[in-house]
Design a protein around this ligand. Structure first.
Ligand SMILES: Cc1cc2nc3c(=O)[nH]c(=O)nc-3n(C[C@H](O)[C@H](O)[C@H](O)COP(=O)(O)OP(=O)(O)OC[C@H]3O[C@@H](n4cnc5c(N)ncnc54)[C@H](O)[C@@H]3O)c2cc1C
Length: 415
């Protein structure tokens, strides 16, 4: 190494088992679930808080939330994280599905499902992130590079070499047996490796905001399909200052979303009330509105020798069915099981292929469910609208079908 190299470099553990690229919800979950005998480095481009004191809940009216399904609850419970998470989650007791202007509405009730305590749980992403981070900071096998970015990933005999650049522009080279790419939907690492994505642009945008209503949500999550696009209102834990809070995810054509985003709060609430109806009384307050352009994006390769792609970098779904993170977490769980039980060197392609094969159906069905549902309900054809009304009535009337729908939405799978 020359003197210049020393000045421009920084130190990281340079021979590790697993490098995780991206410390978002999926990368952090991977670090949380990996067994302690793997030596792990998590690289995240944003600064992760260094303080590893127990996570403190900081209520924010504008926080973004996710619906966790039963499978995610089980996974977090198994690793001992649920007890902390559950201090600030809202269980979903019922899911109310309806179609504006058409017959048919259906209520999926936790009591009709297969003995699970709730149909799902709504959690603020900031709280989930804080708890996950604290959990992995307690693990002695996980080290961190943050803020730092993976700039290069190269295959070598028995593993990969990563070039990691910190905020000061200094570079470290790290050898790993396995690289887990979890750097999000626009994955630069995938692009550099020539891993392409099949992208369907919905030309739709999701508007996300928190809403206060005059009536309590009573643990009900609403999925309302309108001619403009689907909207979901998820129950949130109450916060003293803001009354009965719910998280809104409202998707529609991008042009219409832009119009709605430009309205003042009162006009926005009026438009929402008109679309949603009065299932939860009067809409009285809206927080900061965020928007997300919607795409279905699927990587054309998820595994290579010593490399695996996870989370949004592997598949990014329409958010209305609330399945993206839940699916990714099941991927993480199955991958960790395959790595732990492998009778082969870490990163061996056959093991990674076995993981990909094991998750293929779950990924395919979940993507299909998330893709078909909003598309079906957005169509104006009268035959389809009658059909979907009957579909909702059908789900209402046919208990076995309803149970299957619940099983799917909660992430329960036939064993
Ligand atoms: C509006 C909306 C609502 C949703 N609601 C739900 C829901 O209710 N339930 C559900 O299950 N899912 C939901 N999802 C999906 C869920 O949010 C995603 O599945 C999840 O956020 C994916 O996380 P990720 O870690 O893969 O990616 P990201 O969250 O994008 O994280 C990637 C991380 O990688 C880091 N990074 C990027 N490049 C580098 C690099 N070169 N080096 C190091 N680090 C890097 C980034 O800083 C980032 O922290 C929703 C999505 C949207 C848009």
């Amino acid at each position: 190494m020359t003197q210049d190299d020393t000045v421009n470099s920084f130190t990281l553990p340079n021979n590790i088992d697993i490098a995780i690229i991206g410390g978002g919800m999926v990368g952090a979950s991977m670090a949380a679930l990996l067994p302690a005998h793997f030596n792990v480095l998590l690289v995240e481009s944003f600064p992760l808080p260094e303080n590893n004191a127990a996570p403190i809940y900081q209520p924010s009216y504008d926080a973004r939330s996710s619906a966790l399904c039963h499978s995610s609850f089980e996974i977090f419970q198994e690793i001992g994280l649920w007890q902390t998470l559950s201090k600030h989650v809202q269980p979903i007791a019922q899911v109310h599905v309806s179609d504006k202007g058409h017959w048919g509405s259906t209520l999926l009730d936790q009591k009709q499902s297969t003995n699970i305590p709730a149909l799902g749980y709504v959690i603020e992403n900031a709280w989930l992130g804080r708890c996950l981070l604290h959990f992995i900071q307690q693990k002695t096998n996980v080290s961190f590079a943050s803020p730092a970015q993976v700039k290069k990933l190269q295959a070598r005999q028995g593993g990969v070499t990563l070039q990691i650049e910190n905020k000061a522009g200094k570079v470290a080279e790290v050898k790993a047996k396995l690289a887990v790419i979890a750097d999000g939907a626009q994955s630069k690492t995938c692009q550099r490796l020539g891993i392409h994505h099949h992208v369907t642009d919905y030309h739709h945008t999701a508007i996300v905001a928190n809403i206060s209503t005059s009536d309590a949500h009573q643990g009900i999550a609403y999925e309302r399909f309108t001619d403009k696009g689907p909207l979901a209102l998820l129950p949130l834990i109450n916060n003293k200052n803001d009354g009965h809070r719910s998280a809104l995810i409202w998707t529609m054509a991008t042009e219409e979303a832009n119009t709605l985003l430009s309205l003042d709060d009162d006009a926005f609430l009026q438009a929402l009330q008109q679309r949603f109806g009065h299932w939860q009384g009067q809409m009285i307050k809206v927080g900061q509105r965020h928007s997300y352009p919607l795409q279905l994006s699927t990587a054309n390769e998820q595994v290579r020798q010593n490399i695996v792609v996870l989370g949004n970098a592997a598949h990014s779904l329409h958010p209305v069915a609330g399945q993206g993170f839940n699916l990714a977490l099941r991927d993480v769980q199955v991958l960790c099981q395959h790595l732990a039980n492998a009778n082969a060197p870490l990163g061996e392609l056959s093991v990674l292929e076995a993981y990909a094969k094991a998750q293929k159906n779950d990924q395919m069905l979940t993507s299909l469910f998330s893709d078909v549902l909003p598309g079906m309900f957005a169509r104006k054809n009268p035959l389809i609208t009658t059909g979907r009304g009957l579909g909702l009535l059908g789900i209402e009337l046919l208990t076995p079908l309803k149970s299957s729908f619940i099983n799917f939405a909660t992430g329960l799978r036939p064993s």
